[in-house]
Design a protein around this ligand. Structure first.
Ligand SMILES: Cc1ncc(COP(=O)(O)O)c(C=O)c1O
Length: 371
């Protein structure tokens, strides 16, 4: 059995989590600060706040930008539903943009056409850890008051070799779900370089309270200045994340090595379209595209039979999901590439403990598929 994902939970993490559980100090502890500082150090961002999920991070980012009914926000049609849900929560309207079939990322060339005076923001997703064309996007948005939120759920370790993902827009939203490069069970983080934005999301994530527990001189000394949520992360989760992130550079190198192995072993396979290989991508998973839907279905059956865990990011273009279809009923021609991507994509496992032998085995299954 080859699992689709395996979290890097070592004895040191278990020991630390145990200590925190025994201490009784389960939230607002020292590891939350440590993890935030480590994220800032790793990504180069000025500010970071931990939250309970990437969905929460996206939601708070949309709220901090004061998105509301009547506003439009451009989002990719091929993404996790959280990307568009976060916009919906605020009453603003997600405007689905098709993707570039080769990269799986939002098609930059379509954006100009979708912008109008209602457009307040764009949420980009770095699919499978492949950076979107951020410089091109910024050029398009130059002189326009349109914010960029980066959904970095797949993007921990993704860079353009100078800048870490999440630093191109006003906010970078990360996920620490169990399949992700670093996990806290459920969890997320927002990074930003904008102090006003940081203050807003920090207050919004904890009930709208103006002082967090460490800033209060006396118990109970705080005011509630706005509506807010409880989107905090616990301290034992923060300890898990902190200890994994400390070692993430080694983990990332192994991910990139695994991706290169997949790439080399599959590059002559005529049934498969490979993504670009880049040393700057973080390889949350290694995505392959099959030439057609039938081949994908046959390969999925083979993986099941041979007990290889794989996944699909994502099986349905978002405008085709019942909720969005019912609400907006968009013509299929608006997201042809997203539909094709959904039909053909498979995510292969990438995690440090995946052995070279297992990579070869997975590729032998793919390479034995007849046309
Ligand atoms: C692109 C993308 N955005 C957002 C999310 C939501 O992340 P979370 O589960 O941490 O809320 C996911 C989940 O995997 C995702 O893949």
């Amino acid at each position: 059995m080859i699992k689709f994902s395996k979290a890097n939970i070592d004895n040191k993490i278990i020991k630390n989590v145990n200590q925190i559980l025994r201490s009784g100090w389960l939230t607002h502890g020292k590891f939350s600060k440590k993890f935030e500082n480590e994220i800032k150090k790793y990504t180069g961002a000025k500010y970071c706040t931990l939250v309970s999920s990437c969905t929460a991070a996206l939601h708070l980012s949309c709220l901090a930008l004061k998105l509301k009914k009547g506003d439009e926000v451009i989002v990719p049609a091929m993404t996790h539903t959280a990307t568009a849900h976060a916009v919906e929560y605020t009453g603003a309207k997600p405007i689905f943009a098709d993707i570039n079939f080769q990269s799986g990322n939002i098609d930059i060339n379509l954006i100009k056409r979708l912008i109008n005076r209602k457009t307040k923001a764009i949420v980009v997703v770095h699919m499978a850890g492949r950076l979107c064309l951020m410089d091109e996007l910024k050029k398009i948005l130059k002189d326009k008051k349109i914010h960029i939120i980066e959904d970095c759920a797949h993007g921990l370790g993704t860079t353009d070799s100078y800048k870490h993902s999440g630093n191109f827009g006003v906010a970078g939203c990360f996920s620490f779900y169990p399949t992700k490069q670093v996990t806290t069970g459920e969890g997320g983080a927002i990074i930003t370089n904008n102090s006003e934005f940081y203050k807003k999301v920090k207050i919004l994530k904890a009930f709208g309270i103006d002082k967090d527990i460490n800033e209060r001189k006396k118990p109970g000394e705080y005011d509630v200045k706005s509506l807010g949520f409880n989107y905090r992360m616990t301290d034992f989760q923060a300890a898990m994340g902190f200890l994994q992130l400390k070692k993430y550079s080694i983990n990332l190198r192994r991910r990139q090595y695994i991706a290169k192995k997949y790439h080399d072993l599959l590059m002559n396979n005529k049934n498969v379209i490979l993504p670009r290989y880049s040393k700057n991508d973080s390889y949350f998973v290694f995505q392959i595209l099959l030439r057609n839907k039938k081949l994908k279905n046959r390969l999925m059956k083979k993986f099941k039979k041979n007990k290889v865990g794989v996944s699909v990011h994502y099986g349905t273009a978002l405008p085709e999901m019942s909720f969005y279809k019912k609400k907006y009923n968009l013509p299929k021609k608006n997201f042809i590439n997203s539909k094709k991507y959904a039909e053909k994509v498979i995510s292969l496992p990438v995690y440090p403990k995946l052995s070279d032998k297992n990579i070869k085995y997975i590729c032998s299954i793919i390479n034995s598929l007849s046309s």
